[in-house]
Design a binder for this molecule. Structure first.
Ligand SMILES: Cc1cc2nc3c(=O)[nH]c(=O)nc-3n(C[C@H](O)[C@H](O)[C@H](O)COP(=O)(O)OP(=O)(O)OC[C@H]3O[C@@H](n4cnc5c(N)ncnc54)[C@H](O)[C@@H]3O)c2cc1C
Length: 425
């Protein structure tokens, strides 16, 4: 087994979580190496939504202006019923920016990933490709990540940002991804292709329907329209192998309004994604190895917080590193009490992410209701005051650094409360 150099930190995985945490730690004066299994750094997929709890961090990193130039800052987020197209509720994103101090931004995933990659290159992160980590070792003073070819990379700390199918996670828990039987199709189309459809690029629109939903918003300064169509696959539900095929997509959206149906032919039809999450775990640190991003807390995507949580993880860890550096006081940024920094990280992030993962499951169920439950949901959403932030304060406010700063969660309203609304009329 050969050993290659000794950075202060090794980050396994060069996705949005890995690169953003590598950047955050390098800014604190640490030498960071990223080990990515693919032969090139890149992102597949389409658009991504970045709420104020993420744009606040991008601003701290000095990256927000570039992100805004690459993306779109919409003025509203509108939720509509996918069957009758009526508006259910909306967020006024101009007022939301005033409340939280930072914008709601939508951006192409490859643009966000590219922005983070360039930031890492500027500060000198050691970026390695073709480096698949197969196993880990740790003791009280450091950790090592061992590649498929036998090379070992050692550092004081290894951050495992290796995604949904994380190898590192197996050090902490013997679990499997949980399948929701929902499937996502994506499709990014030139805006001209939407001619004749009721598409307003200043809005992020979510159509929620029985067993399905459809999302669209503008990208790249309004050149592109990003579309996501998600539905429950009968074949996935039945445990069949060929789940999520285009005939299932078409059938799932059969009963939806014209505005949604007109978008369906524009989805990419050669690739689709099964929706998985994992049950939350509250232990993310094993010796000097720490999980981060989807490796620690893969969510269903209904809260649009997966990549954001990964970015928050890196920011929180780097903030605690900075506190340890100040406590060390010796002018050497590498003199860090890593046990204390990792303990502080683990004290605050798992509980926040548990809340998001569980809320995303509940939010998905609410979106996909049918029959009387759908009518009750619609009544409750229509009754919501547009400027009521009780459901966003817990998530879009400043990222907590300590458990006591974690805000209380939103008030839970049972569907049956819709019946009281009807009686009040
Ligand atoms: C349809 C859909 C829509 C979404 N929309 C949003 C949204 O609007 N907003 C939002 O915040 N989130 C959204 N998400 C979630 C978000 O995409 C993920 O949570 C996020 O990308 C996770 O980033 P990550 O870096 O932790 O993991 P990944 O992106 O999975 O990156 C992991 C990296 O590690 C590498 N790797 C894996 N194993 C190894 C190994 N053994 N050795 C070396 N390298 C390895 C991989 O190649 C990859 O580059 C969405 C997800 C889906 C499916």
């Amino acid at each position: 087994m050969s050993t290659t150099g000794t950075p202060d930190v090794i980050v396994v995985g060069g996705g949005i979580g890995g690169l953003s945490s590598a950047y955050a730690l390098t800014r604190r004066g640490l030498a960071v190496r990223v080990l990515e299994q693919a032969s090139a750094f890149g992102e597949v997929g389409a658009g991504i939504q970045l709420a104020p709890n993420c744009t606040r961090i991008l601003d701290d990193y000095g990256l927000l202006d570039e992100a805004k130039q690459l993306g779109v800052v919409p003025t509203s987020m509108v939720m509509r019923d996918a069957v009758d197209a009526t508006e259910l509720t909306r967020l006024d994103l101009i007022d939301l920016e005033r409340r939280y101090g930072f914008p709601y931004l939508v951006i192409h995933r490859s643009d966000l990933h590219g922005l983070l990659l360039r930031a890492c290159q500027r500060v000198g992160v050691d970026l390695m490709t073709d480096a698949r980590v197969e196993s880990y070792e740790t003791n009280g003073r450091g950790a090592r990540a061992v590649l498929a070819n036998g090379d070992a990379h050692e550092a004081a700390v290894v951050i495992a940002a290796d995604g949904l199918h994380s190898v590192a996670r197996t050090l902490l828990v013997n679990d499997e991804p949980v399948s929701s039987a929902y499937v996502a199709y994506r499709g990014t189309v030139p805006v001209e292709a939407t001619a004749g459809r009721p598409v307003d690029l200043s809005e992020v629109v979510v159509y929620v329907g029985p067993g399905c939903h459809f999302v669209h918003y503008g990208l790249r300064g309004g050149e592109l329209l990003n579309q996501v169509a998600v539905f429950e696959s009968p074949k996935a539900r039945a445990g069949e192998e060929d789940w999520g095929t285009p005939d299932e997509l078409d059938a799932a959206f059969d009963g939806t309004c014209p505005a949604v149906q007109e978008g369906i032919p524009h989805m990419w039809r050669d690739k689709w994604w099964r929706m998985y999450d994992r049950d939350p775990i509250l232990t993310w640190v094993h010796g000097r190895i720490a999980l981060l991003g989807d490796a620690a807390h893969p969510p269903l995507q209904y809260m649009a917080q997966g990549a954001i949580m990964a970015i928050e993880d890196g920011w929180v860890l780097a903030e605690h590193v900075a506190r340890q550096q100040e406590a060390g006081g010796a002018g050497d940024p590498t003199r860090i009490d890593w046990s204390a920094a990792l303990a502080a990280y683990e004290a605050v992030r798992p509980e926040h992410c548990r809340r998001v993962v569980m809320t995303a499951r509940a939010w998905g169920e609410l979106w996909h209701l049918d029959g009387a439950a759908r009518a009750r949901r619609n009544a409750l959403l229509r009754a919501r005051d547009v400027h009521d932030y009780a459901y966003t304060d817990w998530i879009y406010g400043p990222t907590a650094l300590f458990p006591e700063d974690e805000p209380p969660m939103y008030p839970v309203v049972p569907l049956a409360a819709a019946d009281d609304l009807a009686h009040a009329d």
